[in-house]
Design a protein around this ligand. Structure first.
Ligand SMILES: [Zn+2]
Length: 531
């Protein structure tokens, strides 16, 4: 049986931009659009030309994308003609392949919010679709509050959708604008709509207010809809939009959908999914959700010993899909509960070849347990575990020594009479026979120490140029008589690879120093820096 084409529409740059605390610059928008284009998304909605300077500028030039670049805007205002509406005119002038209009389809909203008649609202839909078609654009109509509207007045909600379809709109998109509709309701209502409008012209736009936006999207597809709208990482106002990062692999990897549909994302493109998801978080300057389905760091992580030995033998026994298919990787957590099989599986994953009867493995396991008792948590610090393993197996060079460091924190009034806190770190490093001194100011002691440490490592400096810290987390542990501090540092390099290192000490600076050193040494090992 020939598979049907199912289309993906991304609205990260329009609906996703409504997220609290998200404010895309023009450069962000261009970069994200290129990323979505490379991923194979069919439609990328760029924003609302005419509504703000960033969006207007974004739509003023051609971005040479393969995707259908889509402008979003309102249908003509009630009581005006299409040719005499400046908002509509700006939309029609935008450099876009498609135009997505939003219109009300709930009679209650038409009267109360729009303060017009049901008939005038339908006429506005018809005129707007016609005007955009006359400009040669592909047209979509987002039917706002469609499901609530349909429950209140099915004939009217359908009349709004049908008006757009009859005028030649390529897609009529049914929006669950407040996200309150449940999957079985979505399936029933979409099922009714596709009796009047062919399913290959019907789309679904779901919000996540009951945490079922993804399920609602699939319910609509089961009922016949053939376009799914969503955002990267489920970005969107309130609880977010349907998450395309979860939808794409489900469509491609689950037989119910994979057997029936083709989407624009190829297998090779899907291998970039984890990277795309993390790159968006990076741009938003926030940590990625470790527990995100498919792409989260923990999505394919296992802790218990019996599972780890089974995974090492046959991964498919415990994984619902192959982690590599979405660009993620399997991870066996090394923890207090871990057995020998966990450690062996992890050593294999990081590419350390050892005989499984090697006595040094027993020593490594002891070491991990000992250190976890005093506060280390290796399951959260993959790079520190790798270094510990390499050191126990005798393979980490002594690249350099930090012979001394000193951090000075000073609070005083500056020349303008303002109270300021100034931090400076001085680090003495010995690389081979060379002794180096570096000093740096930072916005705090750890930042100053980090900057001073990475300022001059002599012959190793070139290996760490691309290294940057992306996250720093501190936790105070109350074990025994005195509190100890656990520091986790996440780093990234020029290739986009991320790793986490750990330090534990009663002194926060000392704990941070350990984690910073592990991060630098891990990078040198990974880059193959000579001893
Ligand atoms: Zn929305």
């Amino acid at each position: 049986m020939a598979r049907e084409r199912l289309y993906l529409f991304d609205t990260t740059l329009r609906d996703g931009a409504q997220t609290n605390g998200v404010d895309f610059t023009l450069a962000d928008k261009v970069a994200i659009a290129q990323m979505l284009d490379a991923l194979g998304i069919d439609y990328v909605e760029g924003g609302y030309p005419g509504a703000n300077p960033t969006d207007t500028e974004f739509f003023a030039s051609d971005h040479h994308l393969k995707t259908k670049f889509t402008a979003f805007g309102m249908t003509r205002r009630p009581g005006r003609s299409a040719s005499n509406d400046p908002g509509l005119a700006a939309l029609l002038e935008a450099k876009a392949d498609a135009i997505c209009f939003v219109a009300k389809s709930w009679d209650y909203h038409v009267r109360v919010a729009l303060e017009t008649t049901d008939e005038e609202n339908v006429a506005s839909i018809r005129d707007s679709v016609r005007a955009a078609r006359a400009k040669g654009r592909e047209v979509l109509l987002d039917c706002e509050h469609f499901f609530d509207g349909y429950k209140a007045n099915p004939a009217y909600a359908l009349a709004c959708a049908k008006a757009a379809y009859d005028e030649g709109a390529r897609w009529v998109v049914l929006c669950d604008t407040n996200g309150g509709t449940l999957p079985h309701e979505i399936e029933a209502i979409v099922g009714a709509v596709v009796k009047a409008i062919p399913g290959d012209h019907v789309g679904i736009h779901a919000h996540n207010d009951t945490e079922q936006a993804v399920a609602n999207s699939f319910a609509a597809v089961r009922a016949g809809a053939r376009q799914i709208q969503g955002t990267l990482n489920g970005l969107g106002e309130r609880c977010g939009n349907a998450n395309l990062v979860s939808i794409i692999p489900t469509l491609k990897l689950k037989p119910e959908f994979a057997g029936k549909f083709d989407i624009g994302v190829s297998d090779a493109q899907m291998k970039k999914l984890a990277q795309v998801s993390h790159a968006l978080d990076e741009r938003l300057n926030r940590g990625s959700d470790r527990h995100a389905p498919y792409v989260g760091e923990s999505a394919f992580a296992t802790k218990a010993g019996i599972h780890a030995s089974a995974i090492a033998k046959e991964p498919a026994t415990y994984e619902h899909v192959a982690p590599e298919s979405v660009g993620n990787k399997r991870k066996v957590l090394v923890s207090e509960q871990a057995g020998r099989s966990n450690v062996l599986a992890e050593l294999e994953r990081i590419g350390l070849k050892v005989n499984k009867d090697d006595p040094r493995i027993g020593r490594l396991l002891e070491l991990v347990k000992e250190r976890e008792t005093i506060g280390y948590a290796y399951e959260a610090a993959d790079a520190s575990f790798e270094l510990l393993a390499r050191r126990t197996l005798g393979t980490v060079p002594d690249y350099f020594d930090v012979t001394q460091f000193d951090i000075n924190v000073e609070q005083r009034d500056n020349a303008k009479g303002e109270r300021v806190t100034v931090t400076m770190a001085v680090v003495k490093v010995k690389v081979g026979d060379d002794n180096m001194i570096s000093a740096a100011e930072g916005n705090g002691p750890v930042n100053a120490l980090d900057l001073a440490l990475r300022k001059d490592l002599g012959k190793y400096q070139k290996y760490i140029e691309g290294l940057s810290l992306t996250d720093y987390r501190v936790r105070i542990l109350n074990g025994g008589t005195e509190a100890v501090t656990r520091v986790l540092i996440e780093s990234e390099d020029e290739s986009g690879e991320r790793w986490t290192t750990i330090g534990v000490s009663p002194n926060i600076i000392e704990a941070s120093f350990q984690a910073l050193m592990d991060s630098i040494i891990y990078k040198l090992v990974k880059s193959g820096a000579p001893a």
